[in-house]
Write a protein that binds this ligand. Structure first.
Ligand code: HEM
Ligand code: NAG
Ligand code: NAG
Ligand code: NAG
Ligand code: NAG
Length: 352
């Protein structure tokens, strides 16, 4: 109850400070922007964009704070599979089961996908069909962080939505497993240009949200993981009496709905939930980073914002590639050959 009350006063404070937050400028440390993205991409075409999204999410999170975690995870999931092109939002697939049907989908909460479509509708009503679902997803993830108490940061914009469905294989091959060790994460995420500090910082996303038992019962059965605090393990066994129990629990046992550095303090106390979480503290490369974040929330916030911007630029579709979807859940209907030819000749393919 107390944490709930303090959460809402926090929301209130965030709303009051919103004006000044949004005016944060280039003072932030940011990785170099990829070609085609800029902080003011929509400044003249959709000046109210960020305000519309922030206000709407503020309302939505009052109804269900779990949506914040869901939106953050959707952006991560989108960017890791085929780049941040909103392919994660596409319903169905031409090439067999797509991202939404692959096993790691389980926290792609349908409510959060509906919420993104709702945001898209409001934005397009205000500005026309000029902002992509992938930009809206990136902004929604940022606001999920801010409105639960995390760092404010500016999001590079100008992404366009991809034409391509991601396959089940793409999804499975690109999303890290909760059973992964820190070493495996370092080796596999290097291919995406992410270094150990990025990995530790981004894993801090697990300071909010929930997980199914099946993502961590490997640490309880048949043998209890010796790197887990025994009291914590006993509680988890009550939530998940069997390896295939269908219960859920919060990823950050101490402050489940607050974006803070508690996640790292939990890791130090051996109260990390997933193998991929706890091993960040057991591994000698990542342990000092965990310790720094546990000791200094401000440093964590700075590094988290930096790595989120980096993640948000993975293999983005920009310029005249891709499209601005009219409905985030499906690709735009194909244009007629006549129109396509005409528009291409006019060099105006972006206007559709
Ligand atoms: C480093 C590799 C990562 C692994 C192995 C991983 C794995 C997982 C797993 C297994 C779950 C629970 C899913 C379920 O059982 O329903 C989860 C939830 C979540 N993850 Fe990650 N994740 C990783 C990175 C990230 C990143 C980079 C972010 C964002 C910055 C993130 C944000 C979240 C959030 C917010 C949730 C909770 C979602 C909800 O409550 O709906 N994760 N993750
Ligand atoms: C997630 O995938 C499972 C099958 O792996 C499917 O039954 C379920 O409907 C999917 N959930 C969502 C939200 O797409
Ligand atoms: C971008 O996509 C290509 C495949 O199309 C892949 O080889 C490459 O690793 C991706 N780059 C990043 C940074 O994810
Ligand atoms: C999940 O567990 C609840 C009881 O905790 C049960 O009522 C429900 O049927 C279970 N669902 C599945 C899909 O096993
Ligand atoms: C968007 O597309 C989905 C999937 O085809 C559909 O179910 C939904 O009704 C569409 N939404 C709107 C507003 O047209």
């Amino acid at each position: 109850m107390t944490s709930f009350a303090s959460f809402f006063s926090l929301l209130l404070i965030s709303s009051l400070l919103l004006g000044s937050h949004l005016s944060l400028t280039s003072a932030q440390t940011s990785p170099p922007l990829v070609r085609g993205l800029s902080f003011d991409f929509h400044r003249s075409t959709c000046p109210r964009l960020e305000r519309i999204i922030r206000d709407e999410l503020n309302n939505a999170f009052r109804r269900d704070i779990g949506l914040a975690a869901a939106l953050l995870r959707i952006h991560f999931h989108d960017c890791f599979v085929q780049g941040c092109d909103a392919s994660v939002l596409l319903e169905g697939s031409v090439a067999g089961p797509g991202e939404q049907e692959a096993p790691p989908n389980l926290t792609l909460r349908p409510d959060a996908i509906r919420l993104l479509n709702d945001l898209r509708e409001r934005v397009h009503r205000a500005c026309g069909q000029v902002v992509s679902c992938s930009d809206i997803t990136a902004l929604a993830a940022r606001d999920a962080v801010v409105l639960t108490g995390g760092p404010e940061y500016r999001v590079p914009l100008g992404r366009r939505d991809g034409h391509n469905f991601a396959t089940r294989e793409d999804t499975i091959n690109n999303l890290p497993s909760p059973l992964a060790t820190a070493r495996q994460l370092i080796d596999s995420l290097r291919t995406k240009g992410l270094d150990p500090t990025d990995i530790v910082a981004l894993s801090g996303g697990h300071t909010i949200g929930r997980s199914l038992c099946t993502s961590f019962t490997n640490r309880l059965y048949p043998n209890q993981d010796p790197t887990m605090d025994p009291g914590y393990a006993a509680n988890l066994k009550r939530t998940c009496p069997r390896a295939d129990s269908n219960g859920t629990t919060m990823l950050d046992v101490q402050t489940p709905n607050m974006f803070d550095n508690r996640y790292y303090i939990n890791l130090r106390n051996r109260q990390g939930l997933l193998t991929s979480d706890q091993d960040l503290f057991m591994d000698s490369t990542t342990r000092p980073i965990v310790t720094r974040f546990a000791e200094n929330q401000r440093f964590f916030f700075e590094r988290f914002a930096f790595s989120m911007i980096k993640m948000g630029m993975l293999n983005v579709t920009t310029g005249t590639q891709g499209e601005i979807r009219a409905n985030c859940s499906r690709r735009n209907p194909p244009r007629s050959t006549y129109l396509t030819t005409m528009l291409d000749e006019e060099g105006e393919s972006a206007a559709f």
